[in-house]
Design a protein around this ligand. Structure first.
Ligand code: ACO
Length: 728
């Protein structure tokens, strides 16, 4: 039997230390099994079953590897067994690379053997249609029965460079590093791995999710958050299966370390049919966008951004602020970088006088001394070193960006050495570099990257990475504030009764007066409203409310009531009310003959306030999505709205959602007006969220307009004028 040398080695040939620390999470044995089996192992080069054995052997894994093949007694120098049942010792993890029809019996055998984890590489499951879906369902059943966790099926496999272990048919083991990369696309992962070899980027873990029949990105985000070898978690997904769990787990994880997600499939195609303003403004991707924001997850829009951010986070400290200092040897790139700083919402550092004076004293008179500091084309390594030292010491420098173009006088390598030294001397300042060019700067860039400077080909991605770091630092602070509160002074029973009646009537949409009662039951002030069946009832209601009043036809099916003469405003006497009632019925008869209405609703006419909207729609993955913004008839045109998911929503997040709209400027007292009662709006949003939590059957709510009144005026606080609620 051939002896295989399985001493741990990296691709660069440097010896790898023994396993440093074992992950403490529930997937500890998944990433660090004592023994693995590869079922479908093959001697034939080119077969996936051969690659998986080869990778496991070459990864330097020090546990037992058992190839399973009914016809072979030895594969790649390892003793092979005809079935997993015949393996002498225990097996923690089994990789399945047998054809799809053989997967279920093999999984069953693994269960009987006491295997804890299955990595099912085999394709031919739910991705191929009904038969595959049934096979996948049965595979999950087997795993549940035997308490096995399942990765895949239809995946590339997984690796952990710190164990080290490679259970995949990827082109080799990743370089050792601190990035955990979890991906729903195995093909993309294979490409990234190849790219990472060229760029010297290392990974702690590499997980291909495949069909996510059991283990998903959520499990791996949770586990990576506690993995001492992982500093940054990168995820590529096409969607999440359990939005609420994702939110809980990602929120926890991103407090511990940066979680950066690239989610594809952002088109509106899957948007739910919009029966409300909120639904129309939300769309399918918005729930993801909101979930990521609320969970403190950074969203990358491109692969370049995903890895650009990773390169920043693995090497740099979290910046203490958003000010950027730029040192360059040419004007153009300096201006491009300054533009990018502004476009990304960051600010340029303003140096103190001492820094500028010291720069002036030591630099040629042609140099620009204010940010960006332009050392001009003749700058050599020493000039960079001199300027970088002063700039890094200035208290306004939160982030340092070093640019270089290579004219003949430039000394890329000496400059790179200076950048590395400054980075070492100032470990609290993130240092980014972009040496633009090709061969003349390649070695210098590699030197900086190897020594912990975050290096980019061009200035814009560097600035984008700074923005990501600043955002992460802000999001992490926000995510830490407060817990979702429960509001108890509500009349749940009343709302249940209203909803029951609506269902009994075979309706899904509440009448305006019913919806107003429902939100009032949850402590949200709504204009008095009542349903009248005849002119006398209407006049009676108006007398009770006081004049003036508004009459509206009561029919959830008529969306544009004014267009069909179904609304009469400013009615000042009982006679006017009775007359308006009859006119409304006549109009409906004329414009919509045969249309059955429930009656006419009488509303107390409220004094004008700032018109706001509070909305709610239900997302299939993430649950209820709350909306706030400028209301009235222009809501769709102006789109001055912000969103938050109800799941885990805190009061400070509600305050955040108000302050990010332009409406907030109005509420604070625009152009001499008195401020509105923002606290009352926060309270109303919290109460709508509570209503949604208590009644998951609510699919949509539109409170539009909600009048906000000036503080101290009469009336004060807020009043909901028009309320629409739809239930499922
Ligand atoms: N127990 C043990 N070994 C078995 C069993 C069994 N029950 N049944 C078959 N085998 C052996 C076979 O004898 C064979 O070994 P051999 O080469 O010595 O004859 C080995 O298992 C493989 O079986 P084959 O029939 O040769 O199957 P093949 O290797 O052609 O394909 C595979 C198997 C790779 C699992 C295939 O069915 C498959 O699913 N391919 C797609 C994989 C994929 O793309 N996954 C998604 C990746 S993600 C991405 O997009 C990159």
């Amino acid at each position: 039997m051939a002896v295989v040398d399985r001493r741990p080695e990296t691709r660069r040939g440097a010896p790898v230390k023994e396993v440093e620390q074992v992950s403490q999470g529930s997937l500890a044995t998944f990433f660090n099994p004592k023994a693995i089996a590869i079922v479908g192992a093959s001697r034939t080069e080119g077969k996936i079953g051969h690659s998986v054995v080869k990778n496991a052997v070459q990864s330097g894994y020090t546990g037992q590897i058992y190839p399973i093949n009914p016809k072979e007694s030895e594969i790649l120098g390892l003793r092979a067994y005809p079935s997993i049942g015949e393996v002498p010792g225990p097996v923690d993890l089994a990789a399945l690379v047998v054809p799809a029809p053989a997967v279920l019996p093999v999984a069953e055998e693994c269960g009987r053997k006491g295997v804890k984890h299955l990595v099912t590489i085999t394709a031919g499951f739910k991705e191929v249609g009904r038969e595959g879906l049934e096979r996948e369902r049965r595979l999950v059943d087997i795993c549940h029965r035997y308490n096995m966790r399942l990765l895949g099926p239809n995946c590339l496999g997984m690796m952990d460079t710190h164990t080290p272990l490679n259970v995949s048919f990827a082109p080799g083991l990743a370089l050792k590093g601190e990035i955990a990369f979890v991906s729903q696309s195995g093909a993309l992962q294979a490409a990234i791995l190849d790219w990472s070899f060229k760029n010297g980027l290392g990974f702690s873990r590499f997980v291909s999710l495949g069909n996510k029949a059991d283990l998903s990105e959520i499990d791996f985000i949770a586990d990576a958050a506690d993995d001492p070898n992982t500093k940054v978690v990168l995820v590529y997904i096409e969607g999440v299966n359990d939005g609420k769990r994702f939110l809980r787990v990602a929120r926890e994880a991103s407090r511990k370390k940066p979680v950066i997600i690239l989610k594809s499939g952002t088109s509106q195609a899957g948007a739910q049919a919009a029966s409300s303003h909120t639904g129309a403004l939300a769309g399918s991707d918005l729930a993801y966008e909101t979930a990521f924001k609320q969970a403190g997850v950074l969203r990358a829009r491109t692969m370049e951004e995903l890895f650009g951010l990773a390169v920043a986070f693995i090497n740099q400290p979290i910046p203490r602020g958003d000010r950027v200092a730029i040192v360059t040897n040419s004007g153009g790139p300096g201006i491009i970088a300054s533009d990018a700083v502004e476009a990304n919402g960051l600010s340029m550092a303003r140096f103190q006088k001492e820094t500028v004076d010291a720069l002036r004293a030591g630099l040629p008179p042609e140099c620009a001394l204010y940010n960006p500091v332009d050392l001009i084309g003749s700058a050599d390594g020493a000039r960079y070193r001199f300027a970088l030292d002063l700039v890094a010491r200035d208290p306004a420098t939160d982030n340092l960006l070093v640019l270089l173009t290579p004219p003949d006088q430039a000394e890329p390598m000496k400059t790179a050495e200076a950048v590395v030294e400054i980075h070492r001397q100032h470990p609290d300042i993130p240092v980014f570099a972009s040496f633009m060019g090709g061969e003349r700067v390649a070695e210098a860039s590699a030197h900086m990257f190897r020594n912990g400077v975050s290096v980019y080909d061009f200035p814009e991605p560097a600035v984008q990475a700074i923005k990501g770091m600043v955002r992460y630092s802000k999001m992490r602070q926000l995510a830490a504030i407060g817990r979702p509160e429960r509001i108890d002074d509500v009349d749940r029973k009343l709302v249940s009764t209203i909803f029951d009646k609506v269902r009994d009537d075979n309706r899904r949409v509440l009448l305006g007066s019913e919806a107003a009662r429902a939100i009032r039951a949850y402590g949200i002030p709504a204009a008095p409203a009542v349903l009248a069946r005849d002119p006398e009832e209407a006049a009676q209601a108006a007398d009770t409310f006081g004049y003036p009043v508004v009459l509206k036809v009561a029919s959830p099916k008529i969306l544009h009531k004014t267009d069909v003469g179904g609304v009469k405003v400013g009615l000042k006497t009982a006679e006017e009310v009775q007359k308006a009632f009859v006119e409304i019925l006549d109009n409906i008869h004329r414009f919509l003959p045969g249309h059955v209405i429930h009656g006419v609703e009488v509303y107390k006419m409220m004094p004008q306030g700032t018109e706001l909207i509070i909305g709610l729609s239900r997302d299939l993955q993430f649950g209820h999505l709350l909306m706030f913004g400028l209301g009235g008839i222009y809501v769709n045109l102006l789109k001055d709205v912000s969103f938050r998911l109800v799941e885990g929503l805190t009061r400070s997040e509600i305050e955040g959602m108000i302050s990010e709209t332009k409406a907030y400027s109005l509420l604070r007292g625009f152009r001499g007006a008195k401020p509105a009662d923002v606290g009352a709006i926060v309270d109303a949003l919290a109460r709508v969220a509570q209503l949604a939590r208590d009644f998951p059957e609510i699919t949509d709510i539109d409170i539009n307009p909600l009048f906000a009144y000036e503080k101290g005026a009469q009336p004060e606080g807020i009043t909901a004028l028009d309320v629409k609620i739809t239930i499922s």
